[in-house]
Ligand binder design. Structure first.
Ligand SMILES: Cc1cc2nc3c(=O)[nH]c(=O)nc-3n(C[C@H](O)[C@H](O)[C@H](O)COP(=O)(O)O)c2cc1C
Length: 314
């Protein structure tokens, strides 16, 4: 039987529900799973008051996370596998996960360990996962698989439904758009990853470099969104540095520049994002080979193929 560490943090419980689906088969098979829920010293609000929401932006992008309460396990506890579950906040890992990966205890726990990452977010996770890769490598962990869950509905619809959920707490159907968050069927189907991990752990496959979760449609990339995301991330880096020149998180003196940033963000979402999607759609025959290459590269290591779905979907 193997020892598995699962690191988790969730404001609405959505990510915890997905995590529970993955863990259940592991526990049923007799593996010892330690679920470590991250607790920030000062809790983040839910729903988010608009000022707090915008004010969190620069620190998310600059990976400057406020401290967590001490973990419930010793940093030297040995694990065979680590599963890191996280949300995306402003194209970066959510601050509690950043805090974990930058803390001495977090780094020690994943050093030399095979790591699986699992993200649940609106749909822009590529930059955040890139950051996760760097932080995991810096800590000496070995990223083996990546699992993605995104909010239901068209990318443009989630630009309305997800912020509404985050800012008001309401996730029901709105203006004919689907409810916010990951579809319940997708959450239930997350157990396939637990079943596949059981097979991997039984054969010590976690010790090999090959991914353990191929063929399970673990990560599906829309390469058109990748292009918008890269552009946005470049802008976010500049804005976050600029805002931090005006003061720290919570200080009044950075509020005027935060207002300018908020207006910029809304304008971008309403104009540049749909325009960039339209241009890419118009030029799609020309862009297709490039986008296909990009998709294959970004879906690594676990990929979007489904050849193992029948075996593990129960
Ligand atoms: C401050 C903040 C910023 C967010 N930024 C993004 C983002 O850049 N991309 C994205 O896909 N989702 C983003 N989201 C949505 C979250 O990733 C996540 O789906 C939502 O907060 C629910 O997670 P939870 O209930 O498990 O904590 C953001 C949420 C918050 C609170």
């Amino acid at each position: 039987m193997k020892n598995v560490l699962v690191v988790n943090y969730s404001q609405t419980g959505q990510l915890s529900e997905i995590t529970a689906q993955v863990i259940a088969p592991l526990r049923a098979a007799g593996h010892h799973v330690h679920l470590e829920t991250l607790v920030p010293e000062k809790p983040f609000p839910w729903p988010w008051p608009i000022v707090d929401f915008v004010d969190a932006f620069p620190e998310c992008v600059q990976l400057d996370a406020p401290p967590l309460k001490p973990l419930t396990i010793a940093a030297e506890t040995p694990f065979d596998l680590v599963i890191l579950t996280y949300q995306v906040w402003y194209l970066a890992p959510a601050l509690p996960m950043t805090a974990f990966l930058k803390s001495p205890a977090g780094r020690q726990l994943i050093k030399d360990k095979p790591v699986v990452t699992l993200v649940a977010c609106r749909n822009m996770w590529l930059s955040a996962q890139d950051t996760m890769k760097h932080l995991i490598a810096e800590a000496g962990g070995k990223l083996r698989d990546h699992i993605v869950f995104t909010d239901q509905g068209h990318a443009l619809a989630t630009f309305i439904t997800t912020p509404r959920w985050v800012l008001t707490g309401r996730r029901d159907r709105f203006l004919g758009l689907p409810p916010a968050g990951v579809a319940p069927g997708e959450i239930r189907a997350a157990s396939r990853f637990g079943h596949a991990l059981n097979d991997a752990l039984d054969t010590d496959a976690e010790r090999n470099p090959a991914p353990m979760l191929s063929g399970l449609r673990a990560a599906v990339v829309n390469p058109r969104l990748a292009i918008s995301e890269r552009t946005a991330q470049r802008a976010f880096r500049i804005w976050s540095k600029l805002i931090r020149l005006f003061g720290q998180r919570g200080q009044w003196r950075r509020r005027p520049i935060l207002l300018v940033f908020a207006l910029y963000l809304i304008t971008m979402v309403l104009t540049v994002v749909p325009l960039s999607l339209l241009v890419q759609w118009l030029f799609s025959p020309l862009l297709k080979p490039h986008l296909e290459r990009l998709r294959a590269e970004l879906e690594l290591p676990s990929g979007s193929q489904g050849f193992n779905l029948q075996k593990y979907e129960q």
